[in-house]
Design a binder for this molecule. Structure first.
Ligand code: BES
Ligand code: MN
Ligand code: MN
Length: 462
């Protein structure tokens, strides 16, 4: 496969321009104002898969946004790789913090990406990473190097919980039959040190509403005499962690899988500089659960974070008021063996129980999903590692990520196959943040590495 390197060099401008066109469509799944754009993006992805050489491409309707299914079956006796990705993106706000508009992609250089990076919402998460697979397929088909069957399943609701995908997978088990699932929707350590994600955290996401008096009150006439829902909400939230930053919800840690000392020692070998980490975020110190280091806190330990909090008067100037209601959105990242629905129930019970008599509390679960861990002795992992070793010159390091792709656990349950998480993004690529970007190096390296995964997966499967 010496060809792939030269193919990428020869076609890189077109690869970049095609991705830029895809990034121009604002496929924000969370906001219905963009629904036509989400649908248009599905159409564009379908077109790209047809052009890349799929024999069959369909836009599959669901109760929500469509799923694009594509396939190229060369021989039913050969293994089948199922590629998953998502074409929806996070909302771009706050817009004023972008240095260029989120849906007008431009290439800029950064310290980490001296060869340039594409700045746009979805550049890394996940249009850019998903599109690497489309271009890798194009290469394999045009050069007669596709060594097995391939199926694509690209969804448009990942950023809002993948409800329609769960629906689709349950109804299409035969169609989606595969030997391994391949996803690029995670990151790696650095452009010099590739890594393969071996774990994802689960998620429980809830919204809470605290109601006090039946109307907003004058904060002078009533202040001090009735429970202020915002004060109470702040107090309740603060009580969810103790002084060691352990979560105080009874039963929260009961099923947490603890890692052995050996496993933790293995994790500590991954290159990491606390100084660089702090400098990159401009913080004087890190903060988290006692007894664990940063790379453990954000991967093998469960967490609870407020994602948004509101209520009362937030406009210009001052208004003296005690609001009737206060709200917050809270996420809990979970680790293997914690069941997200059970955790949601534990949270609801506890949060309701700690409210003083002067307020009522409503907890509304949003979405969630189970965590995931994958062994490193599987054929899929070995194939991925060989592929990275060849293109980066060093073997990949297994890393458990703190992010969530809840559908991965569902794939294992419904389709009975393992997922290999071959990510090419970097933590500094600002996914979900203003100025999201994806390195040109990373994009092209991904396109170069993916065909090697196919090659080694088929070789090792024999
Ligand atoms: N691609 C991310 C998840 C991710 C990023 C995992 C980097 C590991 C490394 C995905 O699009 C995402 O944002 N997932 C959400 C969960 C979803 C249910 C909204 C998340 O992790 O917040
Ligand atoms: Mn993603
Ligand atoms: Mn995301």
């Amino acid at each position: 496969m010496e060809n792939i390197k030269s193919y990428v060099q020869q076609h890189k401008d077109r690869f970049i321009n095609e991705l830029i066109e895809l990034l121009k469509i604002p496929s924000v799944s969370a906001d219905t104002a963009y629904s036509q754009d989400v649908i248009d993006t599905a159409e564009a992805v379908k077109e790209s898969l047809s052009q890349a050489g799929c024999d069959l491409v369909e836009i599959c309707d669901t109760p929500g946004y469509p799923i694009i299914y594509g396939e190229k079956i060369i021989d039913p006796n050969l293994p089948t790789v199922l590629v998953y990705g998502h074409y929806d993106v996070q909302p771009p706000d706050p817009l004023e913090l972008w240095t260029s508009p989120p849906f007008e992609p431009v290439i800029k250089t950064t310290e980490i990406h001296p060869e340039g990076a594409i700045f746009a919402r979805g550049a890394c998460d996940d249009k850019g990473q998903m599109f690497m697979h489309v271009k890798a397929l194009e290469y394999m088909v045009r050069n007669n190097e596709l060594p097995c069957n391939v199926k694509f399943m690209i969804e448009g609701e990942e950023e809002v919980g993948s409800a329609s995908l769960a629906w689709f997978v349950e109804r299409n088990q035969e169609k989606l039959k595969n030997d391994v699932i391949l996803i690029s929707d995670t990151g790696m350590i650095s452009n010099q040190q590739p890594s393969i994600t071996t774990g994802l955290r689960g998620l429980s996401y809830v919204e809470v509403e605290v109601t006090g008096p039946n109307r907003d009150l004058h904060s002078g006439l009533y202040g001090g005499a009735v429970a202020n829902p915002i004060n109470i909400l702040a107090k309740m939230i603060a009580s969810l962690h103790d002084e060691d930053n352990h979560i105080t919800i009874p039963g929260f840690y009961d099923k947490v899988q603890e890692l052995s000392a050996e496993e933790r020692a293995e994790m500590a070998k991954a290159p990491f500089s606390l100084e660089k980490y702090k400098n990159a975020l401009n913080i004087a110190d890190v903060y988290g659960e006692k007894g664990y280091v940063t790379n453990e806190r954000n991967s093998i330990r469960p967490t609870l974070d407020v994602n948004g909090i509101w209520g009362g008067y937030t406009g210009e100037g001052a208004k003296t008021v005690i609001a009737s209601k206060a709200f917050a959105k809270i996420s809990m990242r979970l680790v293997p063996n914690q069941d997200w629905e059970e955790i949601t129930a534990l949270f609801t019970k506890h949060f309701t129980s700690i409210a003083p008599a002067g307020v009522t509390v409503k907890v509304t679960p949003h979405h969630g999903g189970q965590g995931y861990v994958t062994p490193i002795d599987s054929i899929g992992y070995q194939a991925a590692n060989k592929a990275y070793t060849e293109t980066f010159g060093v073997p990949a390091i297994p890393v458990r990520s703190g992010g969530s792709i809840p559908i991965v656990a569902l794939f294992e349950k419904e389709l009975k196959s393992k997922t290999i998480l071959m990510g090419f993004g970097l933590d500094s690529d600002a996914i979900h943040s203003p100025n999201e970007h994806f390195g040109i190096f990373n994009y092209l390296k991904g396109i170069e590495t993916i065909p090697l995964f196919y090659k080694y997966f088929v070789e090792l499967s024999k």
